[in-house]
Design a binder for this molecule. Structure first.
Ligand code: B12
Length: 517
């Protein structure tokens, strides 16, 4: 059967749809992948994350979906509007069964059924295989495990089957490009993907925080040891009713994938492991991984996400020797009260020790990236002060990755916010939020300053209670907001001019081959 899978993500690595496509191909089906990356940097200066598809783009998607047995769309919460627009158009033009999957449909299935026929809750590889088999054999899709659907007026939610225990049983992510298509933002044309275009779209225009511009992204494990109340794993563990769920691929399986990819696409200069906690493995396995990685990746630098508990010398030594160059670690807050609210278990002392250890590896590794969450409505000035004081104790250099606290459906903090009336009636407010957006205040700007080479003595002064008392107040924050607003508008205008100039040079507007006549 012909299956179309659509990814709206800015990053066309999109491991979810590539993993499903590989399993469907292995089962003898034909898949067509459509990647609709938006790549206009000015999005980061906008307050919302709303991206609309022009009719030209929607018509081309319709053309590419014509004749498919089923269409699948992958989405995170902040891609809800895009998926809704696509689905509405496809339903009006084609009427082919639509299935949604990915983290958002998993944590908020019922809300998605306004736009699709079926929702896949959780891991989708085996679910999609069962769905396609049912379609081919007139089976009952609404009876398949993990599937949520609407029957007359009531919702039928089938509990998820257990998570895939043996990840080695899954084929490597589908990078065949035999029927892969990508939206060329500049020309608004959806074109067949080839290695050159793959390279172009995987190259980040403005990589930040010492990250690579171009890397091959994969995942060596699934799951997270923690249960943080703001994170989707908190919701997923409830859905699957599991406490721990870390499953790791064998070193041979991971290395086999890298060998295959680097053989076919040696232009990948770096590797990214998108595991939630890459170092969460026995030291012996880490050492084996490091040795094998060196053998096949030839010292290509790699980056990963990790959590403080696993940052030990016995793990770092072999990995840095093998090419570990970038490490990103969640800290989130330095306030014991807020850490308790987040169910984060790392003491500030452990964080400082981790910072001291990581500093020893610089410059073999680039400055580590520490994640922090801002704009938590339950945070007091004292909580923010304690976080700033922790930052002053972590040895520089490092970068901060700042996130705005977002109430993802199904998480503990979502329910708390809802109970306390912090979430408006229309949950869609959350969907279109710009997650990197943060309030422009004196304290929040101090966090940005920590990523820059500002002398610690100045930072200590700026983060002191008298300075916060003096500058973190309504009048000063109003001025800061105004100045930042002017800067944002100027950046937006500059970007807009550059893109318009580029479009004029490209003479965008000619008729498109795929357009529905
Ligand atoms: C890699 C990753 C990224 C990468 C790449 C994302 C990409 N598009 O490929 C980057 C770094 C770009 C990224 C960015 C962000 N991310 Co991120 N990211 C992840 C991470 C660590 C792994 C995702 C992954 O590839 N998993 C492996 C694949 C195989 O699994 P999967 O994607 O879940 O797909 C499976 C199922 O969901 C399902 N499925 C998926 N699609 C489909 C489609 C169909 C039809 C079906 C049937 C099934 C199905 O089957 C798949 C196979 O089992 C997850 C955490 C996690 N562990 O999930 C966070 C996560 C997805 N990210 C998250 C967030 C919030 C973001 C950001 C918004 C953060 C920010 N503030 O900037 C940005 C968004 C940037 C943007 N504008 O797009 C949240 C999403 C929460 C939510 N409710 O939406 C997550 C869940 C982290 C968390 N713990 O909460 N991210």
């Amino acid at each position: 059967m012909d299956v179309v899978l659509i990814s709206p993500y800015s990053d066309i690595a999109a491991l979810g749809v590539r993993g499903i496509s590989a399993v469907l191909k292995e089962a003898g089906h034909h898949t067509r992948l459509i990647f609709l990356p938006y790549q206009f940097p000015e999005i980061e200066y906008r307050r919302d994350f709303m991206i609309t598809y022009s009719d030209t783009i929607l018509d081309q998607v319709t053309c590419l979906c014509r004749g498919a047995g089923i269409i699948g769309i992958s989405l995170m919460t902040n891609y809800f509007e895009q998926a809704a627009t696509l689905s509405t158009h496809l339903r009006q033009t084609l009427g082919i069964p639509l299935i949604w999957g990915g983290i958002h449909p998993t944590i908020s299935p019922e809300h998605c059924l306004d736009y699709c026929d079926y929702v896949c809750v959780g891991e989708g590889e085996l679910v999609m295989r069962d769905v396609v088999t049912a379609l081919e054999t007139n089976g009952d899709i609404t009876a398949i495990a993990n599937i949520t659907s609407r029957h007359n007026d009531h919702i039928v939610s089938n509990p998820p089957r257990p998570m895939i225990e043996n990840l080695d049983s899954l084929p490597y992510f589908d990078y065949d490009m035999d029927d892969h298509h990508v939206l060329d933002q500049d020309t608004e044309r959806i074109v067949p993907l080839d290695p050159e275009l793959l390279r172009k779209y995987l190259t980040k225009k403005a990589p930040t925080k010492g990250r690579a511009a171009l890397f091959y992204q994969t995942i060596a494990s699934r799951g997270c040891p923690h249960n943080c109340t703001y994170c989707c794993w908190h919701a997923l563990k409830r859905i699957y009713d599991v406490k721990t769920n870390i499953r790791r691929r064998s070193v041979n399986h991971i290395i086999g994938e890298l060998e295959m990819i680097l053989d076919r696409m040696p232009w990948f200069k770096e590797i990214t492991f998108s595991d939630d906690s890459f170092l969460d493995a026995p030291v012996a396995e880490i050492e084996h991984m490091a040795t094998e990685y060196k053998r096949v990746a030839h010292q290509r630098p790699f980056q990963c996400l990790a959590e403080p508990r696993t940052i030990t010398r016995s793990r770092m030594d072999p990995l840095v020797d093998a090419g570990l160059a970038n490490i990103q670690i969640g800290i989130q807050s330095g306030s014991e009260r807020i850490k308790e609210m987040y169910r984060r278990t790392h003491s500030n002392q452990r964080i400082i020790e981790m910072g001291l250890l990581l500093k020893e590896y610089i410059p073999r590794i680039r400055p580590p990236i520490y994640d922090f969450i801002l704009d938590n409505p339950w945070e007091t000035i004292q909580d923010k002060y304690e976080t700033l004081q922790l930052l002053l104790k972590i040895p520089p250099p490092f970068y901060l990755q700042i996130f705005r606290l977002t109430f993802f459906p199904g998480t503990g903090l979502f329910e708390k916010a809802r109970e306390e009336g912090l979430i408006g009636n229309d949950i869609r407010e959350i969907y279109s939020q710009q997650y990197n957006e943060r309030d422009i205040t004196y304290i929040n700007l101090l966090f940005s300053a920590f990523s820059r080479p500002v002398p610690r003595s100045i930072m200590a002064l700026a983060c002191s209670k008298p300075a916060i008392g003096l500058f973190h107040n309504r009048p000063v924050n109003a001025v800061l907001k105004m100045v930042h607003g002017m800067y944002r508008r100027q950046m937006l205008n500059q970007r807009k001019k550059r893109i318009d100039r580029h479009k004029a040079e490209m003479d965008i507007g000619a008729a498109h081959p795929f357009q529905d006549r």
